[in-house]
Design a binder for this molecule. Structure first.
Ligand SMILES: [Zn+2]
Length: 244
């Protein structure tokens, strides 16, 4: 197998494993159309699929698949022989079988199965549901189909929601950290008090006017203190009195 083909299928498997909980051993649900195509191209299904995935896989089918193939008659004899080789998984339709397509669709509802089929209607139907994984034969080559648009959209939407949730959490955290939570009224008061602590430059003019007053007060107190301290000699007093 070419390395690029392996890389492609590996990438698809990683996508389904990461986003839709597909786990090893990967379970492959095989129908009669897939077996018929394998027979036509003379390939051994088990051998080819194991070679293609290069990991643990479990090949399964259901009673409904076998019964439908048997009902179609002699043309599918070879395919019936092949499909009967796989483990018959319980499908819940025991005693009241449904069509193979209906059966495989219902099987994929709650469990992670890779559906191996050449049924185009079944493929189209499964592509519309996010998380469905398809395997088909392109001539003699197994191909794990790249994720459908429905699967990709589902993943993108989930990623977007996760990101939005994380961003909202981050914004709330930042708001809390910087004290910018608008719902708390105390912050308004804090802002006002901050304003008082840091007056704008215009308020400095007021201080210029106030300064002389303060200065004169200081001076007067100083002069008073000086007056208290300085002892004026009697003769000086007399002289001053004489001058005045
Ligand atoms: Zn069934």
């Amino acid at each position: 197998m070419k390395i690029s083909r392996f890389k492609k299928s590996h990438k698809t498997l990683v996508f389904f494993a990461t986003n839709f909980d597909y786990r090893e051993p990967y379970q492959v649900l095989i129908d009669a159309t897939f077996c018929q195509a394998a027979l036509q191209h003379k390939i051994g299904i088990e051998e080819q699929i194991k070679k293609y995935f290069q990991c643990n896989v479990k090949l399964l089918t259901t009673q409904c698949v076998i019964l439908e193939a048997e009902a179609l008659g002699a043309a599918l004899t070879g395919a019936i022989t092949i499909v009967k080789q796989f483990h018959v998984h319980k499908c819940g339709h025991e005693g009241k079988p449904v069509s193979a397509a209906e059966c495989l669709k219902s099987m994929t509802k709650d469990n992670r199965y890779i559906v191996a089929s050449q049924d185009r209607l079944l493929q189209a139907s499964l592509r519309k549901v996010p998380g469905r994984c398809l395997l088909y034969l392109h001539k003699a080559t197994p191909v794990l189909e790249a994720p459908s648009d429905a699967s990709k959209k589902w993943v993108q939407k989930r990623a977007k929601n996760l990101m939005l949730g994380k961003q909202a959490d981050k914004i709330e955290y930042m708001k809390e950290k910087q004290g910018l939570k608008p719902t708390e009224p105390t912050t308004v008061n804090q802002k006002k008090s901050k304003g008082c602590k840091n007056p704008n430059p215009l308020s400095c003019k007021k201080s210029k006017k106030q300064k002389p007053i303060l200065h004169s007060v200081e001076q007067s107190t100083l002069s008073k203190a000086k007056r208290k301290r300085v002892k004026i000699a009697a003769h000086v007093k007399a002289a001053l009195g004489a001058n005045q």
